[in-house]
Design a protein around this ligand. Sequence first.
Ligand code: SF4
Ligand code: SF4
Length: 343
Amino acid sequence: MFFRPRYLSILTTRQCTAACDHCCIGSSPQQRQAIPVQRIHELIDEATRIESIELIVFTGGECFLLGDALDELIGHATSNGFRTRAITNGYWAVNERAANARVASLRRMGLGELMFSTGTFHQRFVRVDRVIVGARTAAEAGILVRVSVETCDQATFDAAYVRETLADLIDARRVFVGEDPWTTDVAGRGDTLLTHERFFAHVPNPADQRCPQVLDVISVTPAQELIACCGFPQEHLPRMQLGSVAERPLDAVVATAPRDLLKLWLHVSGPVEIARFVAHYEPEFRLPRGASVCEVCAALQRDARAMRIIDEHAPQIERQIEAAFTQLRRQITEPSVPHLQLA
Ligand code: SF4
Ligand code: SF4
C-alpha cells in the first residue's frame, strides 16, 4: 500500500431531494443509483482492515434518504471504533420536533459530526431555515456541526444570516460556518457561469497550496468506484480512480492500488505548483485563475500535454516528492472539522 487513507467517504446514493445547479455528482430526485445498504455494511467491515482509517463519512446525494438504514450504518461504524460524519442539505429539519426526533436517533447511534450544505443554489429546493433548525438541534444534542455555504461571484445568499442566527453556538464552538467555492460541474451539467474573482480577492486560493485531501480521503461513489480524493469532479478524472469495489473488498483495492506519482505530488504541492513544472517544458501552459482548487486540478488533469510532461519528467524529482510526502505524513494534525465535499 503506497498510502494510508484516514477518511472513508461513502456516497451512499445519487438520489437527492434537490437538484442544485452544478451539483458535483449530478444528483436529483429522479436519480436512483445507490450502493445497496448491505454492501455499505460490508464496506465498513472491510474498512476495519485498513488500520489508518479513523473516520467514515456518509454522504450522497442525500444520505438522509436512507432513513433508519442510515442510523444503523452509523451505529455499525461506531461499534467498530470509527468516528462518523454525515453530510446533508437539511431537508428533514422541517420543524424542531422533527429535527429533534431525527437527531436524537443519530446521536444514540454515535454520530459525531454533521455537515449541512446551503447557499444560493440550494435555496430553490431547501430553504436555509431548515438548515438553521437542523444545525441548532444537532449542536445542542452534542454533535459537532459545520455549515458549508456555497460561494461564487454569482451568489446572492448571505452567509452572515447563518452566522447571526447561530451566533451563540458558534461562540461556544459547537457550530462552524465556512464559505466554500461552488465548483463548476466538470461533467458540464451546470447552467450558471461560475466565477470566483471576488472571493479569491480576499482569501488565499487553495489551488496555490497542496491538496491535503488526495490520498488522505478516499471515496466510494454510488457506482462503487473507489476514488483517491473527495474532490468535486472525482468521477470524471480517470487519474483519481483506484478501482471498483463492487466485486472486490475495499481493503484489497486499496492494498493493490498502483503507485501514482501525480497523486503524491498533488498531495505535497497542489495543482498550481505542478503547472509551474509543466510550464518549464511548455511555456504557454496556463491553468485557469479565480477558479476553485478542484476546477484547477481538473483542468490540469484534462490537459493531455500536461499529463504527458508529468509522466515523462516528474520521475526526475520522484525522490523529493516521496520525501515530502513522508515528511507530511509525520506532521499531520487534523483541523477540528476538515472540509469535505458538499452534500
Ligand atoms: S484538488 Fe484535485 S486531488 Fe484534490 S480534492 Fe480536488 S480534484 Fe481531488
Ligand atoms: S449539491 Fe447537494 S443538495 Fe444539491 S443536489 Fe447535489 S447532493 Fe443534493
